[in-house]
Design a protein around this ligand. Sequence first.
Ligand code: NDP
Length: 341
Amino acid sequence: NKYIVIKAHIDGKPEESDFEVKTEPFSLSVKPRSNDIIIKNLYVSIDPYQINRMKTMSASQKASEFAVGISPGQVIDAYGLGKVVASGNPKFEKDDYVVGLISWGEYSISQGFILSKLDPMGFPLSYHVGVLGLSGLTAYVGLFEICKPKKGEKVFVSAASGSVGNLVGQYAKHFGCYVVGCAGSPNKVKLLKEELGFDEVFNYKEENDLNSTLRRYFPDGIDIYFDNVGGEMLEAAISNMNSHGRVALCGIISEYTNAEKRAIPDLLTVIYKRITIQGFLSGDYMHIFPEFVTTTIDHLRAGKMHVLEDVSIGLESVPSAFVGLFRGDNVGKRIVQVSQD
Ligand code: NDP
């Protein structure tokens, strides 16, 4: 069994050389222990939050449930999709597809914790890691549960070509909002405007003063900001919010690799404009999953939803796929296909 590890804790921007592939003896002919499920990993998700687990962490951070640290040399658990090859667990059978917590490796051993059986419902398996998986749920929950849009409202989304961001924009457009996104390259801007139907998109790397950029795109103010990046973009968005605006704090990727770059939003604006800023974790909203899947499948079957996937092949590509997230290499959901079904 091959798996990916970090060589040492990573503080700052990750590099491919921070990772290595390890191999351990692994026999598929050994019967699994009671409750154990042996999974052949097919698709693993490449997610920005993992960098926060790879940092040198203080004891208090380590103890917190949302940032369980990853130690050098340790198997890295990750979201993904696989097929059961052997099961000692009554809830799972050989050949079941499963989605949930597996690992950045060829095989995973699970006790069924954060793992469910999957019916692919006729869709490609990879969709269940992205558009029909946690990325989709995150976009859906952040927009509809946290921001509670009204038709015609003006929505701004950052990292708009990313896995979560592109879906936020598409849901908001279908719902009847005016949607502006920002992304980090001319190709991404073109794709979002011409293929995905965003009303406006700008390349934030070409802008000097984000505050005036947002004023230009939202002369009447922002009603909803779906934040994937934090930092200066969050500060500028808060300054441009309308009264009773809502901010869904989904992620702050610009701050993950730069501890000094913390957003300092204008809190007096937050008070006077009665702005709601809410952080959320999509995992807390599994009760919404059936509603989210039904809505998204309807959109997909009606041909109303574009699926942006960015799939690399082979476990060895995990480090470059991961590191590339922080350079903006990906367009849509970044996934590594570890094995063929
Ligand atoms: P993405 O697919 O959006 O990939 C990351 C993207 O972020 C890159 O492509 C890049 O696009 C952009 N980016 C990278 N570095 C910076 C930077 N310094 N400043 C601005 N943008 C940057 O990832 P996901 O869709 O998976 O995740 C998006 C956000 O949502 C992340 O912050 C993630 O941690 C968070 N998240 C939160 C969840 C929750 O439950 N709260 C669940 C899932 C994700 P570009 O070219 O535009 O720069």
